[in-house]
Design a protein around this ligand. Structure first.
Ligand code: KG4
Ligand code: ZN
Length: 356
């Protein structure tokens, strides 16, 4: 029997079983992370080794450094995740790995590590889309949440409004035509001289600032639920450079607050439009947030206020599950397993893997 045939048999058997434990690995960017998840909902362990220290010096992620650091950390992080779950590799029912989207070298490190383990331990391997992992943070945080629901996915590389029609089934409602929200936060932070990653730093600074200090443009976009952040970013950069040229001291907290407001305002506006359209159709939508930017305090407050006024149930992922980690990959993997989605040993990294 080939590896894939054996995996298909295992998958068939696991689909009717309870207490399915999946060991998942995530290496798509600058976090080497592993976790053990039971039945897609329960975290038995979640170990995140962040490489931020290694990249901070360069103001962003250096792909070659990331790949090397993943290579050095993979085995340790996997062993630690198993140890914290109180189990051996033998006791894992299946393995899972992020195979895209992300940095090709970083992804390849994780994919090869898990392919090696899967072959040696004769375990099936589940390929996971990183963005689907972000959405699944909500399954770990909210045991009662089930599709269908609407989800605003905002990370360093993605800004999408989707409908989660079923587990692993997504319909695109809106997306950014240029920068992702997280990317815009990181660029704005850089011009303020804040270290990488800038999103959380802008968020913290903005708490002390006045969002009315700087009025940023309201972008025009094609689709009814689409976003655009490049105009806001350019106007912000020009305003900061202008102040620097005039020798003015930068009111960083006010600038951060103004930028954060403009980004969140747009995310909230389009989400509100989608929710209102659904309500007008007689539906009762649920809304979840996902991705690194869903940790943003202003975004959480705005969405909470919006959902309260519309009578919509809001699901926010646990803060430590917003950014990259292995637990969300293990949760997404469980539902892929239910759909029979397993990998052969030819599995490769797909850096531009699509989500919808
Ligand atoms: O989802 P994530 O961990 O990685 C990707 O898949 O891209 O997102 C990282 C992004 C970075 O751009 C980071 O600056 C941003 O999420 N981020 C935030 C906050 N926390 C993380 N942006 C704004 N406010 C935050 N609190
Ligand atoms: Zn991510």
């Amino acid at each position: 029997m080939t590896y894939l045939e054996a995996s298909r048999r295992q998958a068939e058997e696991l689909r009717s079983r309870e207490n399915v434990r999946i060991l998942a690995l995530e290496t798509s960017c600058d976090e080497t992370a592993a976790a053990v998840i039971e039945d897609g909902r329960k975290i038995l362990s979640n170990v995140v080794f962040s490489q931020i220290d290694l990249h901070e010096l360069y103001g962003g992620v250096v792909p070659e450094i990331a790949s090397r650091a993943h290579m050095e950390a993979c085995d340790r992080v996997v062993d630690e995740a198993l140890a914290q779950a109180g189990m051996t590799l033998e006791a894992a029912d299946a393995l899972a790995v992020t195979y895209g989207p992300g940095l090709v070298g970083a992804l390849l490190t994780g994919v090869n590590c898990m392919k090696g383990l899967a072959f040696a331990a004769e375990k099936l391997l589940i390929p996971v889309n990183h963005i689907e992992g972000h959405v699944s943070a909500n399954y770990l945080t909210h045991p009662e949440l089930e599709p269908p629901f609407l989800c605003l996915v905002v990370s360093g590389g993605h800004s999408h409004l989707v409908e989660v029609a079923d587990y692993g089934v997504y319909h695109l409602m809106g997306q950014t035509g240029d920068d992702a929200a997280g990317e815009a936060f990181d660029k704005a932070a850089r011009v303020l001289g804040l270290p990488y990653p800038g999103g959380p730093r802008i968020d913290a600074l903005a708490e002390e600032g006045d969002p009315r200090f700087l009025t940023l443009p309201h972008p025009k976009v094609e689709g009814r639920y689409d976003f655009s952040f490049s105009g806001i970013k350019t106007a912000f950069l020009n305003a900061v450079h202008g102040m620097e040229q005039r020798g003015e001291k930068l009111p960083k907290a006010d600038l951060a607050a103004s930028f954060r407001f403009a980004v969140c305002d747009q995310l909230a506006e389009k989400t509100e439009r989608l929710l209102r359209d659904r309500i007008a159709e007689g539906k009762k939508p649920l809304l979840a947030l996902a991705g690194g930017v869903s940790a943003n305090r202003e975004l959480r407050r705005r969405m909470a206020g919006l959902c309260e006024s519309l009578g919509v149930q809001l699901y926010l992922p646990r803060l430590d599950l917003c950014t990259d980690n292995g637990a969300t990959i293990g949760a997404a993997a469980y539902y892929q397993l239910q759909r029979g989605n397993i990998a052969g040993l030819e599995l490769n990294a797909v850096p531009a893997l699509r989500f919808v």
